[in-house]
Design a protein around this ligand. Structure first.
Ligand code: ASP
Ligand code: MG
Length: 832
């Protein structure tokens, strides 16, 4: 898949990154990405095959790959260390069992993935066996604990060797890098990298025209002793590598879909946060988000490197992107909670000691007044040990937190709302801590699932970011856009609605941070890039909004033919374009079924009568049990004007020319005179009333005689006087009977018989259709309950202002529906 037409560059990595942010993309040759594959992506032959295909499709030679240990290898190595530390009787047995298991698992991966390449298999298995012997030796010499970091390092080492061998075997020239040759830590406790030295070493190792697979998780200190970057440290390795090679992006390939507005395993309405401002992500990491580790994000800061979280098993899906974004992305709020915290209290927790502790530990909260620090349960063990060493007396208690996180949330309206909600909830709060990007309530009791759901619901219910794309930049499109801003400011339903794209038949201007609606028409040609319908569909498949609405203000049949694809991309439609509504009955039915199935809304109330509420009225009558017996009226503003003015003073052909000059007709007046437009409108209303019929079931009397159909527009105008005799005769005949001429649409349903026609009629001067303002439309609806005195809707039914107003009405209606839409996410193993 390529987005050439939209984002201008077809480098492989564009697919991952080009859309959620608007950063200027480098050219294919300068743009670099570090791809990191986590243990679960590398655990089985099958998942490794998936990884190989991702590498094949998305990884350029200039990119780097960072790998974790295969599957749960690190867990097992940690378990070995645990065994040795505990010194139990069964230790020997357990040790041998674990080690053989690790060996067997790796051997199996080697043999299956390198099937057919015996030589390569043998060499990898030999290295593996040598490493296993080394571990046994340490064990026998009782030096395993001393060498614990080297032991742990084997996980990543085996993983990078294997992936490198497989890539080479499949024709991709690849080099494995043991990061202990280049990642030098200046402070191993805080895992701070000596950047200059590490960069020099790494850049010295990288070979051109080769792909490189780096071990995650491991490094050395200044003395060359192996160090680890902490559990799950490979993410950090990847971001460090990105900083060293000046990459633009880091892609973490994991087994989750991204970051959610709350833990989707317990909050079913949680939504994926597609764009997360870096400072907010750091705050989420600090509060214990399992995907975003605080450390991981630190190297990205200075160079504005963006981080992508993608699911290895659904590579086409849009994941989450962390970086710097505009206003829209910054409005997202998420709710996070944890029951895995430990509070430490001590009389000695004051200025100096606290300061010192903060150098080494990352606390979730530090409170001098309460003389308390809060830390994740994972890190509590080390803190306990450290305090004991310092002979500090302390008490511990388990704690939980419930927090709202969002950009500058402290200074937003959410602050007061959060406090009020927490105070009124049964969550027994010990304290609320207020930070720039988070509001955190702490408690000594566990936080219950219902409270997380309640708070999430409060904070996200009305917060659905909706993107609008306008297709068609003609008169109506321009007017619609001109009114966009004031509508957005005055209608509460539109407060989260953003104009993000404008397209015409050949070009598009997209901006996920929002387009300036008031300037978009004037600046369109300056910013728009070539884009066809395929480009648009591609774009629609990967956008960062909760919902996208496409407003079709084109007259294009081809565009209407693409509605299927728009729905497939989950997009909602508002159409002024009549084409799709007048497709053959079965095709329209298919389209509507499809939209329903995909939960896509489709409004098209402006296709008849512009903003006049005729579609609504008709639908409401049908829904409430009326039986429709007649729908009739004057549905064309142009024809309404022509016949209102045709009183014999001017010839009909002259009136056509006048209407053209006044801009009241289509560019070619025959498009009005043919009656096709009226026929289509009657079809749309008939179908709305539940009748199944096609265009050809409506008899249409065209006002253009056969002889004038094939002519050029100018020839037609020159010869239009040929119409006059016939029209004059009809007018005279009508006038003799106190009647006038009107172009009328009429559907009648009598005794189970349906008839429908559009054409010229002589109507009594007292008829409801006889005295209209010259451009007005009129709609008459007769039902079993509206008989002698039918329902009449009358008013301006065409024109740029009223049509644009009708489109805005559809937009408000649609957004109201979308705002209250309940959204469930699919959670693997729970509901899918
Ligand atoms: N293999 C290491 C661990 O499991 C590092 C990582 O996976 O990121 O902790
Ligand atoms: Mg891991």
């Amino acid at each position: 898949m390529s987005h050439t037409s939209v984002v201008g560059d077809s480098a492989k990595a564009v697919v991952d990154t080009g859309l959620l942010s608007n950063r200027i993309l480098g050219s294919a040759t300068t743009r670099k990405t570090v791809h990191k594959f986590g243990g679960s992506s590398l655990g089985t032959v099958q998942s490794l095959e998936t990884v190989l295909s991702i590498i094949d499709q998305r990884v350029n030679d200039d990119d780097l790959i960072v790998v974790s240990a295969n599957g749960k290898t690190t867990d097992k190595l940690v378990e070995i260390i645990g065994l040795v530390t505990q010194c139990q009787d069964t230790e020997d047995e357990a040790f041998t069992h674990l080690l053989l298991l690790i060996q067997a698992e790796h051997k199996a991966l080697i043999q299956q993935l390198l099937d057919g390449d015996i030589e390569c298999q043998q060499s990898l298995v030999e290295s593996l066996n040598a490493d296993i012997r080394q571990i046994q030796q340490w064990y026998l010499q009782q030096s395993l604990l001393e060498n614990r970091n080297d032991l742990l390092a084997f996980g990543e080492l085996w993983s990078s060797r294997l992936l490198t061998a497989v890539l080479n075997q499949r024709g991709r020239r690849t080099v494995a890098i043991d990061t202990r040759e280049c990642f030098v830590l200046s402070c191993p406790v805080k895992t701070t990298l000596n950047r200059q030295r590490s960069a020099d070493l790494l850049l010295g190792i990288l070979e051109s025209k080769r792909l490189h697979v780096l071990t995650g998780f491991i490094a050395v200190d200044e003395q060359g002793v192996t160090q680890t970057l902490g559990r799950n440290g490979s993410d950090y390795s990847a971001t460090l590598a990105a900083e060293l090679i000046d990459a633009n992006d880091v892609c973490l390939w994991t087994d989750v879909d991204g970051i959610y507005s709350a833990d989707p395993r317990i909050v079913p309405s949680a939504k994926k946060l597609q764009r997360i401002e870096a400072s907010v992500a750091r705050e989420l990491g600090r509060l214990g988000n399992p995907v975003l580790h605080a450390k991981t994000l630190s190297p990205l800061k200075e160079k504005n490197i963006h981080l992508h979280i993608n699911n290895t098993f659904y590579p086409q899906q849009v994941g989450s992107e962390v970086g710097q974004f505009g206003e829209i992305a910054r409005q997202e709020v998420s709710i996070t909670h944890s029951n895995q915290l430990i509070g430490f209290q001590s009389k000695r927790f004051n200025g100096k000691l606290l300061e010192q502790l903060q150098q080494t530990f990352s606390f979730i909260d530090v409170d001098e007044t309460l003389q308390q620090v809060i830390i994740s349960a994972e890190q509590a063990y080390e803190l306990r040990y450290h305090l004991q060493e310092l002979c500090v007396d302390f008490q511990t208690h388990s704690m939980s937190l419930l927090a709202a996180v969002g950009f500058a949330i402290r200074d937003s309206q959410w602050h007061r709302e959060f406090v009020a909600n927490i105070e009124n909830s049964p969550y027994p709060t010990q304290k609320i801590s207020v930070n720039e990007h988070s509001l955190v309530a702490f408690s000594k009791s566990d936080c219950q699932i219902e409270w997380v759901n309640k708070l999430h619901n409060r904070f996200t219910r009305k917060h659905r970011n909706i993107g609008v794309i306008v297709a068609g930049t003609g008169n109506i499109g321009e007017t619609f856009l001109a009114n966009f801003l004031s509508q957005q400011q005055s209608r509460q339903e539109l407060s989260q609605v953003h104009l993000i794209g404008v397209v015409n038949s050949t070009q598009a201007w997209f901006d996920v941070d929002g387009l300036p609606a008031d300037k978009v028409v004037a600046e369109f040609s300056q910013h728009a890039k070539p884009c066809d319908i395929n480009g648009l569909v591609d774009w629609l498949q990967r956008h960062p909004f909760d919902e996208v609405i496409l407003v079709d203000i084109t007259p294009s049949e081809t565009f209407a033919q693409s509605y299927q694809q728009f729905f497939a991309a989950g997009v909602h439609l508002i159409s002024a374009n009549k084409c799709a509504n007048t497709f053959a009955q079965h095709a329209l039915q298919d389209l509507q079924n499809r939209a329903n199935k995909l939960d896509c809304q489709w409004l098209s109330n402006t296709t008849v009568g512009a903003a006049l509420p005729v579609n609504y009225a008709l639908k409401d009558l049908c829904d409430s049990g009326h039986q429709i017996e007649e729908i009739s009226g004057i549905f064309s503003g142009t024809l309404s004007w022509l016949f209102s003015n045709f009183d014999g003073a001017k010839s009909f052909s002259q009136l056509i020319k006048d209407a053209l000059a006044l801009g009241l007709t289509e560019p070619d007046p025959r498009d009005d005179l043919s009656g096709l437009d009226v026929q289509r409108k009657l079809l749309i209303l008939a179908r709305l009333a539940g009748f199944e019929l096609n265009l050809e079931d409506i008899t249409c009397h065209s006002l253009v005689p056969e002889s004038l159909v094939g002519l050029s527009k100018q020839d037609f105008l020159d010869q239009s006087h040929l119409l006059d005799t016939d029209f004059n005769n009809q007018l005279l005949a009508a006038q003799q009977n106190d009647a006038c001429l009107r172009y009328v649409a009429k559907l009648a349903y009598v005794d189970g018989n349906l008839t429908a026609r559009v054409g010229i009629e002589a109507l009594d001067n007292k008829h409801a259709f006889a005295s209209l303002n010259p451009c007005d439309n009129i709609f008459l609806i007769k039902t079993n309950w509206y008989q002698e005195n039918p329902l009449i809707i009358q008013g301006p039914g065409a024109g740029r202002e009223v049509t644009a107003a009708g489109l805005h009405s559809d937009l408000v209606h649609l957004c109201r529906q979308l705002n209250s839409k309940h959204q469930d996410v699919d959670i693997k193993g729970i509901n899918s």
